[in-house]
Design a protein around this ligand. Sequence first.
Ligand code: IPE
Ligand code: MG
Length: 241
Amino acid sequence: MDGNGRWAKRRGKTRVWGHIRGAGRIKSVVREASDLGIRALTLFAFSTENWSRPDAELTVLWKLLKKFLIRELEALDREGVRLVILGEMDRLAPDVRGVVESAVKRLSGNSGMCLSFAVSYGSRREIVHAAKQFADDCVRGVRKADELVEAKGEALFQSYLWTSVLGDAADTDLVIRTSGERRVSNFLLWQSAYAEYYFTETCWPDFDAECFRKAVREYGARERRFGMVDSTERVAGDSQA
Ligand code: IPE
Ligand code: MG
């Protein structure tokens, strides 16, 4: 969800104003994703690098997350949305954590779309955490290092990532980046190994349900081969003989 600050600056407003308008967009995109039957939607709300922003901005960002979860809880529940958090939960202030945990708990029994907020999230951090946990399990004798290079080794490692809560929807299909940036910025690096990327100039506060539909439509028109070849294509000269 990038571009709140620039969007506001272009309008002669403060960055905080941009965040407020950006937060206002979340609801419609979540509803659209759920209506389209998307199984998992992850919103990159706050990166590990974002901690170094000015305190005044951080205060607003956390307030907006709490506000969204409190205000939208009923509606999310009605839609059957499940909520998960990806990131360093232990770094969140107790009040933010309280709101987040109770929202996660309240929506935990739902079986509709899984909405995840990546907060204090960094993909490298996630991978390093997973490596440490796996190493701890090896020391405890629960795992053996060799298991990682066996047939199901990658799936095993994946089960240590924060996104393991997404089950078989953990592999990212589409990454949408707003605001004209063409970077990955430490987002779901492992999970996006075969993802399609969609870049748009639109800043997050202008990114509405129609923009989301457009991205999904474009994704639908792409051919995904996962390193393989189209099964209908002729490969060698066998049929020419
Ligand atoms: C995205 O908007 C919101 C968060 C990262 C929390 P930015 O704050 O990154 O906006 P720009 O990139 O400065 O325009
Ligand atoms: Mg930005």
